[in-house]
Design a binder for this molecule. Structure first.
Ligand code: PHE
Length: 447
């Protein structure tokens, strides 16, 4: 590839942007609500296993594909193996990117709205009825939900159109560390609450009776969603990696840091759930109704809450940039659109599909398919079907089409260790495709 191709400019920048993609609403919104709804510690354990056995190897595979091919999510596969239809993995990824953004931008819109509410000193209450009502009023008002969603999309569009190193890298690098610190503060406060022990037991003492095949599929889907894999994001970001970057080491660091953020979010939320009498299974509203209660119970809570939602918005932004980068890179490189044109087209498409999701508690609430409204449908289809499917295909690509020698060379560049690569290859060739396939078939009730 030509040296003019945009990319990440430093090792820290690579780490920050990749971590910026992984860390997002997945940690602060999805992980807590899924853990709460699926029984707590047992779910956490399955999620951990899925992350280690399947998530990390697939993440390494995707980054290496992107870096070796230096192309977008479709072109990369074709460049490495021109014969066959491997580019379709990228096509599925682009579709998944649109579906994920369609609901992700809605939740990011709620976060933006909470920034504004927190700035006005609202929301603070330890009464579950009060915080639930405040959330309900926001989501069931179609105009508000839409306006916040489109504002989010506007901001995403502006940052993306500035380019990879100036836009994405600059923003994520500065703000990630602050989010981390703030979560520690909230976590410590959560641990000091009177019911903290029950919350910790829920999060860390497994009850395996809650683990059904459907729950396992949700955990696998979360592992993919969390690491931004199965849809081309890590292929695209891998194409911006420097040649001297150690891919397995970088991916492992990102995975661990991401996990830590999720656990911190869990520690920040579950003690409060039990202390103030919320239900852990509240669903997507969980964070939005419990977090204000934690802040209401602490001195200076209004200021901390404002900072929390600002930083959550920033984390969501890093993740969204990486999702939208998938179609933008395809449109810019394959279809030779200007970067701003590619961005505009992507954002408008997302906004159009996403509007259906934004109105899922109002105008489109009855537009159901398989019993799911648009918001839930996009979430379910992407996390539990498209991402795991993408994971199977990426594993098959590396394990059987690209092959061991080429993969070893791609990972050895930058310092991947031979023994590590050998283990990873077994995981990618055998374990991950078979395991994901079984989990999917069982989880969907087909086996
Ligand atoms: N990993 C991001 C999060 O947890 C979401 C994401 C999914 C980003 C897929 C990119 C691709 O918030």
């Amino acid at each position: 590839m030509s040296s003019a191709r945009d990319g990440f400019s430093s090792t820290f920048g690579v780490l920050a942007a990749t971590l910026g993609s992984a860390v997002g609403l997945g940690n602060i919104w999805k992980f807590p609500y899924l853990t709460g709804a699926n029984g707590g510690a047992g779910f956490l354990l399955v999620y951990l296993l899925a992350t280690l056995l399947v998530g990390l190897p697939v993440m390494i595979a995707e980054i290496s594909i992107g870096r070796a091919a230096r192309g977008d999510a479709i072109t990369s596969f074709q460049r490495l193996r021109p014969n066959g239809a491997w580019g379709l993995i990228g096509v599925a990824g682009v579709i998944a990117a649109f579906l994920i953004m369609a609901f992700y931008s809605v939740v990011a819109g709620w976060v933006f709205a909470y920034v504004a509410k927190a700035a006005g000193g609202g929301l603070l209450s330890t009464d579950p009825k009060v915080t639930s009502a405040a959330f309900g009023a926001l989501v069931s008002n179609p105009w508000q939900a839409l306006a916040w969603q489109w504002l989010v999309l506007g901001v995403v569009g502006v940052v993306i159109s500035m380019g990879v190193s100036r836009g994405i890298e600059a923003v994520t690098k500065r703000l990630m560390p602050i989010l981390f610190l703030l979560l520690v503060v909230i976590g410590v406060r959560g641990l000091m609450l009177p019911g903290a022990a029950d919350g910790l037991a829920f999060l860390f003492k497994p009850d395996f009776s809650k683990i059904t095949p459907a729950v396992v599929l949700v955990a696998v889907g979360l592992a993919f969603f969390k690491l931004s894999i199965g849809m081309g994001t890590m292929v695209t970001y891998g194409s911006y990696f420097r040649a001297d970057q150690n891919i397995p080491a970088t991916a492992t660091r990102v995975m661990l840091a991401d996990l830590l953020v999720s656990l911190l979010a869990g520690v920040a939320i579950f003690p409060a759930v039990f202390a103030f009498g919320f239900t852990p299974a509240a669903g997507p509203s969980l964070v939005f109704i419990t977090i204000p209660a934690v802040f209401a119970s602490m001195p200076g809570g209004a200021v901390f809450m404002f900072a929390f939602f600002v930083l959550t918005a920033v984390a969501a932004m890093g993740a969204m940039l990486s999702i939208v980068e998938v179609p933008v890179a395809v449109l810019a490189e394959r279809f030779r659109l200007q970067r701003w044109q590619a961005t505009l087209l992507s954002v408008l498409t997302i906004g159009t599909v996403g509007s259906l999701a934004a109105m899922s508690s109002s105008a489109t609430a009855d537009w159901t398919l398989f019993g799911l409204n648009p918001f839930d449908l996009f979430d379910y289809l992407s996390s539990n079907i498209l991402l795991p499917l993408g994971g199977i295909l990426v594993s098959l690509f590396v394990g059987w089409a690209w092959g061991r020698d080429a993969w070893r060379d791609a990972l050895a560049q930058g310092g991947g260790k031979a023994a590590v690569i050998r283990i990873l290859f077994v995981l990618v060739r055998w374990v991950s495709p078979l395991l994901i396939a079984v989990v999917m078939l069982k989880g969907l009730g087909a086996l």
